[in-house]
Write a protein of this length. Structure first.
Lengths: 355, 372
């Protein structure tokens, strides 16, 4: 996208700024929509109506909430470590915002088409741990500290099964570029990696069960990485009030929320790129049929966002259905079950891909 | 080199999302491990017992509402029974039936809150709201009867404040029919959920002898396996006319007397209450003045009395001393929640912070009653 804008505008700095602004706008709009969706979905699951007053079915409620939160006074505890306290939400948000730079929304709509996209995303998203620890420590609140410790342990642990599954995919595809992985799964859902990837060889059919296992492992561990129920122990409101952001008011709190929802989409995007064709349409493009080729990137963006939203919806669905695990059970699940199975899966995928 | 470590004192409450009111728990923790729990109470103390001495007998009833505000009907009832025993008042049969119906509806409502908030403490939101939806219907029935949704002042000494609404019987039956599927739904969402069982089974095990030593009653005691229910074992009112089971914990998912058992006893007791209400509605005498036995002026003879009823939370006892005046000389309440709160330290030692919430939720305390 940067090259395209650079050509169009003839100004590098302007093009860079615009390229950076697109994911930011997307995150903001997506968060507004996702919070509204979460409230509506949870409400309808619980025999309630949810927000109904502001706009059609409460669709403008989040804008009202956001305006309210912007105007809030932001008192800082006297005992807090102010520089760290103020910097933590920025760092946490920067981590998840940076991940969006490498996510291909369509073959054209991508912030930066780097070869190491997958590796880059895994790397920058672990940046957040530092911000979370900073937030928990600098607030000088015991609940925040406990929440931050839990969160750090959780995110660091669950990165391992995620990375192992991703490793399997890298072995299979031979690339770290998210665009290339998406391009391999082109033309029909039959070529998606959840169904063994492109082609019609024997290995494709052998791969299917292990791909499904890999998908389940990565979905569970990304759920834990973004601190969603049943793994929301760092911010378990019945135990730790609000976890590491207990002491944050107003816009700083909003930044943590923004990060949470941005991360939800980011991990859903990665799952859909690895296993569900990324921005590729499951059936084919209207643009190809009608011969209007400029339509294809927009269709791709539509498919990509739909897939991402579907997984976000599943996350919301799980949140309002399941109770929460305890911190030791969470670790047991990761180290005793997910990591061994992920290793096994990795080895089997390796053997199959050699066939 | 040994690292110098010290225990952290974490102050949980009185403003905390899951201390069920204004309870303050002083936790001594080592990382996530809890080494000591000290409950601090008194944030809701309103001098109920002292206040009663300045009130006439019938004026005490509204105060009893405010003790266990989730089971106000039962508090009224226990007090009314005590004064009736003191004065030797015999209440009409219709009144007894209506009291049983109200009391059992109240038990369902109270257990619904207990089960729902227990799920909430574990992190499950949805069953809580399903149960609250049904509790609202019970409160509507109460509102139809006496005009209040939470603090009823309904069961008076010698009678009731109002007769039931003509539609009451029909609407109660409708409610009971619609309530049974909710229990199944809660069982599917919560009781047999793998994560829920992992969180509650083998946690906060209360052995039977400890429970008896501490004086635990109600679902907390029955969860440890003893079938002891005042409705059956020390029958009051007309409970001997109804057929119902005393539910006990079986240790189905782990050790006998763990949080899951206490929780599941409450779930099943809701269904037993449904059974009792259905029988009571069938036998309810059609006509009768519910206020015929209410004395004009309550002036019991000198003496004292202790009555106890099976409140949703356990044995609720009233000890009243009369000096022959129109005011009680002394009213002492034995609240189940207060007794149950004492076992917190025993139950929680060696557990994790998250388990504190599960254990506190499973003994189901109401701070209005603890502090009085």
């Amino acid at each position: 996208m940067y090259e395209f804008l650079n050509e169009l505008l003839g100004n590098q700095i302007l093009a860079m700024l615009l390229t950076a602004a697109v994911p930011l706008v997307f995150i903001l709009l997506f968060t507004l929509f996702a919070v509204w969706l979460e409230r509506k979905v949870s409400a309808h699951m619980q025999d309630r109506l949810g927000p109904m007053r502001v706009g059609w079915h409460g669709s403008l409620q989040l804008i009202a909430d956001f305006l309210k939160i912007l105007q809030k006074e932001a008192p800082v505890s006297l005992e807090a470590d102010k520089p760290l306290y103020n910097f933590a939400p920025v760092l946490v948000f920067a981590g998840s915002f940076a991940a969006f730079a490498a996510i291909p929304f369509s073959s054209k709509l991508i912030g930066s088409e780097i070869e190491l996209g997958l590796f880059y995303i895994l790397a920058v998203s672990s940046f957040m741990v530092i911000g979370i620890l900073m937030a928990g420590w600098s607030s000088n609140n015991k609940y925040s500290l406990l929440g931050a410790m839990r969160s750090a342990a959780q995110i660091v642990s669950y990165e391992i099964p995620t990375a192992l599954v991703v490793l399997g995919m890298i072995m299979l595809t031979g690339t770290l570029s998210l665009t290339k992985i998406s391009e391999m799964q082109t033309s029909s859902f039959w070529n998606w990696y959840i169904l063994g990837g492109p082609g019609l060889s024997l290995s494709k059919f052998l791969l299917i069960p292990f791909m499904i296992i890999g998908f389940i492992i990565i979905y569970i561990s990304t759920l834990a990485e973004v601190n969603r129920t049943p793994f929301d122990i760092p911010e378990a409101e019945s135990e730790l009030v609000a976890g590491y952001f207990t002491e944050y008011p107003g816009i700083k709190y909003a930044m943590f929320m923004l990060t949470e929802y941005a991360n939800m989409f980011a991990v859903s995007a990665i799952v859909s790129i690895l296993f569900f064709g990324g921005y590729q349409s499951p059936v084919g493009y209207l643009g190809n049929m009608l011969g209007i080729h400029w339509m294809i990137p927009f269709e791709q963006a539509f498919w990509f966002i739909s897939k991402g939203l579907f997984f976000v919806f599943v996350q919301i669905w799980l949140r309002w259905t399941l109770p929460r695990l305890r911190v030791d059970q969470l670790m047991a699940l990761c180290w005793k079950y997910l990591i061994p199975y992920a290793f096994l899966n990795l080895i089997i995928i390796g053997i199959i891909s050699l066939l | 080199m040994a690292l110098k470590t010290e225990r952290m004192v974490l102050n949980m409450g009185p403003q905390h999302p899951s201390t069920h009111g204004v309870l303050r728990l002083e936790l001594e923790i080592e990382g996530e491990l809890v080494t000591k729990v000290t409950p601090h109470i008194g944030y809701l103390h309103r001098c109920f017992e002292k206040h009663c001495e300045a009130m006439m007998y019938n004026q005490v009833v509204p105060y009893t509402d405010r003790m266990d505000y989730l089971a106000s009907m039962y508090n009224n009832w226990g007090y009314a029974l005590a004064v009736e025993k003191l004065c030797g008042i015999q209440v009409p049969e219709r009144v007894e039936y209506i009291r049983v119906i109200m009391g059992e509806l109240q038990r369902i409502a109270s257990h619904a809150v207990a089960v729902g908030t227990f799920g909430l403490d574990i992190g499950a939101w949805t069953p809580f709201l399903y149960l609250f939806r049904d509790r609202e219907r019970i409160l509507t029935l109460f509102e139809m009867t006496c005009g209040a949704r939470l603090l009823y002042n309904y069961i008076w000494v010698g009678g009731l404040s109002h007769d039931i609404h003509p539609d009451f019987v029909r609407m109660t039956r409708e409610f009971l029919e619609s309530f049974k599927p909710t229990v199944t739904e809660v069982n599917n969402l919560l009781s047999y959920n793998k994560i829920f069982i992992e969180r509650t089974a083998n946690i906060g095990v209360l052995p039977l002898d400890t429970a008896i030593n501490y004086g635990c009653t109600g679902p907390t005691l029955r969860g440890s396996g003893l079938a002891y229910d005042l409705r059956r074992d020390d029958t009051y009112s007309i409970y001997n006319k109804f057929d119902f089971n005393v539910i006990t914990g079986q240790g189905l998912q782990g050790t006998l007397g763990d949080t899951w058992d206490r929780y599941y006893v409450r779930v099943q007791e809701m269904l037993e209450s449904v059974k009792i209400i259905e029988q009571a509605l069938d036998q309810l005498p059609a006509e009768g003045d519910v206020q015929s036995a209410i004395p004009k002026r309550i002036k019991p003879p000198k003496g004292h009395v202790y009555t106890r009823v099976e409140n949703p939370r356990g044995e609720l006892g009233y000890f009243i001393i009369s000096d022959g005046n129109t005011n009680p000389f002394r009213v002492k309440v034995r609240p189940p929640s207060f007794v149950h709160l004492e076992i917190m330290d025993d139950l929680t030692r060696g557990h994790l912070i998250s388990d504190i919430m599960a254990i506190l939720g499973s003994i189901d305390i109401v701070l209005g009653e603890v502090d009085r």
